[in-house]
Design a protein around this ligand. Structure first.
Ligand SMILES: Cc1cc2nc3c(=O)[nH]c(=O)nc-3n(C[C@H](O)[C@H](O)[C@H](O)COP(=O)(O)OP(=O)(O)OC[C@H]3O[C@@H](n4cnc5c(N)ncnc54)[C@H](O)[C@@H]3O)c2cc1C
Length: 293
């Protein structure tokens, strides 16, 4: 079926190796394409009913312990071109780490992309999630995106084809992002701002420990972290999962933790906050895969 495949195909690849929580069962097939043409050819060979999931840096993904049935396509380390197109526009492929995009913009004298420095994912993940921080968000910069479908067909789509909201992006079904044309402001940019963003993060978040960033969406007019902390949940542990002592909206996983520990802790936090404050917390992290194999 895959005679001309030039990428790397791994069978039963543990996704704990590819997610920032470091938990998650195996993907039946894990494919790291050699390049864009190889990716298109690979997708075209997949059976019609094969489920396909895309993976960037796995920094907003809870893969359950039973793993993923079907094929996972990895972009990190593959689609890594980032280039300046003119004095405002930049093209970034989806496997480019957001931090690299931020640094490149700063080097090219472009402002307003500094917030990408604090997002530990890829451009593809940022496009899928409309990732944002410190007042900036991904889709505020998107002019157009290149996408690929289930059969390996590529096309360019204007921003107008997408309904974009807070951490949500809806577009044509059955397509994934290959890259985006982004606009930034020309001007004296941001090495200093980037340093400040990273310092602020380090001061307020448990950076360096396995997590997925903020687990719950902030409810209108309030902060999930404040509600969790004032419900007395900071530092609470279930199995190998713990509510961070530094930032209560972060869940940290320890060595030996399972996705099921994290899911149980998420449910416990939801139930306790509901009982104490009457507020329903909604997780924004993506959950994928099966509980058991
Ligand atoms: C310490 C920490 C801090 C964080 N801080 C922030 C923050 O301030 N703001 C914020 O918004 N997020 C934050 N995050 C969450 C996360 O980094 C972002 O959501 C990021 O954009 C996810 O990118 P990723 O490449 O890791 O995506 P993944 O976790 O690999 O995937 C996320 C989703 O995107 C899909 N996807 C990935 N690539 C593609 C593609 N090319 N085309 C289509 N779909 C794709 C996946 O299938 C999945 O559904 C933080 C995470 C951590 C660990």
């Amino acid at each position: 079926m895959m005679a001309e495949m030039r990428g790397e195909l791994l069978l039963d690849e543990p996704l704990a190796r590819h997610t920032s929580w470091r938990v998650g069962g195996p993907a039946d097939r894990y494919y790291k394409p050699a390049d864009l043409d190889d990716l298109a050819a690979f997708l075209a060979t997949l059976p019609e009913n094969e489920p396909v999931m895309w993976l960037g840096l796995g920094s907003y993904l809870l893969v359950r312990d039973g793993g993923i049935r079907g094929t996972v396509v990895a972009t990190h380390g593959v689609l890594k071109r980032v280039e300046r197109l003119d004095d405002e526009r930049v093209y970034a492929e989806s496997g480019v780490p957001c931090a690299k995009l931020a640094r490149s913009c700063a080097r090219w004298g472009l402002r307003s992309g500094e917030f990408f420095a604090g997002i530990p994912g890829t451009v593809g993940g940022a496009l899928a999630m409309n990732a944002g921080a410190f007042g900036g968000e991904t889709w505020a910069h998107v002019l157009a995106v290149d996408v690929i479908d289930r059969h390996g067909r590529r096309r360019c789509r204007p921003r107008e084809d997408y309904a974009v909201g807070y951490r949500s992006v809806e577009g044509p079904a059955g397509e994934w992002f290959l890259g985006a044309e982004l606009r930034f402001e020309p001007g004296d940019a941001g090495q200093e701002e980037i340093r400040e963003i990273l310092a602020r993060r380090k001061a307020t978040q448990p950076i360096g420990l396995p997590s997925c960033g903020s687990v719950f969406r902030n409810p209108p007019g309030d902060h999930a972290a404040r509600l969790i902390e004032s419900a007395g949940l900071k530092g609470l542990e279930l199995g190998g999962a713990r509510v961070s002592d530094k930032h209560a909206n972060f869940i940290i996983s320890r060595r030996g933790a399972t996705a099921s520990d994290i899911e149980r802790l998420i449910r416990h936090v939801q139930a306790t906050v509901k009982a104490v404050h009457g507020v329903e917390l909604v997780p924004e992290v993506r959950v994928a895969g099966e509980a058991d194999r």
